[in-house]
Design a binder for this molecule. Structure first.
Ligand code: KIV
Length: 272
């Protein structure tokens, strides 16, 4: 059995400190998919994007703590090597550091995950400090924060103006200093992501953050073409599993209709 990748291992993967490979991360939510990717990734994020990819909601706001816990536990049970991070869903941490601790400790206790992730900059530094001082490793998430969809008015690239990029830098520094062991930076110009990466001590994991982040993350459903509603520019499709599924099901349907399935080797008989 492989040893799991720890928070300490991730923290040590700051590219500018040593010549090493970027952190390979994927968002994944189910036991079956987790088993398939176990050996290939350093980090699995059980992301609240499951609200959209698995449950069919238009955004992540309807995701509950129980959903995250059920999926988080399934992914932990089905993996041996990657570091598992579970997203804190909307409404489970914003109210106060104490509320955040209650939600995060429930996630850690009931899933066996190694850390949690929450969206937010400077305004969440106090919460990140509170959690990380009490045994809960926190991955930050800045840039495009999907849980803010209603205030943003859409999934737009962030940090395009001087004012926005300065704010992003301040956010990154604040949450790193508060104790975040790494941070996702989503949908921001490469120049801004590079600048942040070079100016903070903990690894950045980019999703639409360009080429110079300390790691990369994408959603497994996106790279396999299993989520058709919307494909951001930063996604690269590495497979088209949707076609294979549709073709297999078409074949099954035809065989049932033509009474080709079940065949002799798919049936039980009574031995005389
Ligand atoms: O929930 C998610 O999939 C995420 C990624 C976009 C990093 O937070």
């Amino acid at each position: 059995m492989n040893k799991r990748i720890t928070v300490r291992d991730i923290r040590n993967r700051k590219l500018i400190h040593k010549k090493q490979e970027p952190i390979v991360s994927l968002v994944c939510y189910t036991a079956q998919m987790a088993r398939l990717i176990n050996d290939e990734v350093d980090v699995i994020l059980v992301g609240d994007s499951l609200g959209m990819t698995i449950y069919g909601y238009k955004n992540t706001l309807s995701v509950t703590l129980d959903m995250m816990i059920n999926h988080g536990a399934a992914v932990v049970r089905s993996t041996t090597k990657p570091h598992i991070v579970v997203d804190m869903p909307f409404g489970s941490y914003e109210e106060s550091p104490e509320v955040a601790f209650r939600s995060a400790s429930k996630i850690m206790r009931e899933t066996g995950a190694q850390s949690v992730k929450l969206e937010g900059g400077e305004e969440f530094a106090e919460t990140i400090f509170f959690l990380s001082q009490r045994g809960i490793p926190v991955m930050g998430h800045i840039g495009l924060m999907p849980q803010r969809i209603q205030t943003l008015g859409g999934f737009f690239t962030q940090g395009k103006t001087d004012k926005e990029s300065t704010k992003l830098m301040n956010d990154a520094i604040a949450i790193a200093e508060a104790g975040a062991f790494s941070m996702v930076i989503e949908a921001i110009p490469e120049e801004v992501a590079t600048n942040i990466t070079q100016n903070i001590e903990v690894p950045t994991i980019g999703i639409g953050g360009g080429r110079n982040c300390d790691g990369q993350i994408l959603v497994t459903h996106d790279i396999l073409n299993l989520y058709g509603d919307f494909t951001p520019k930063f996604v690269k499709k590495y497979g088209k599993i949707d076609n294979s599924i549709t073709n297999a099901v078409k074949k099954y349907s035809q065989e049932v209709k033509k009474k080709k399935f079940p065949a002799k080797n798919n049936i039980f008989t009574i031995k005389k």
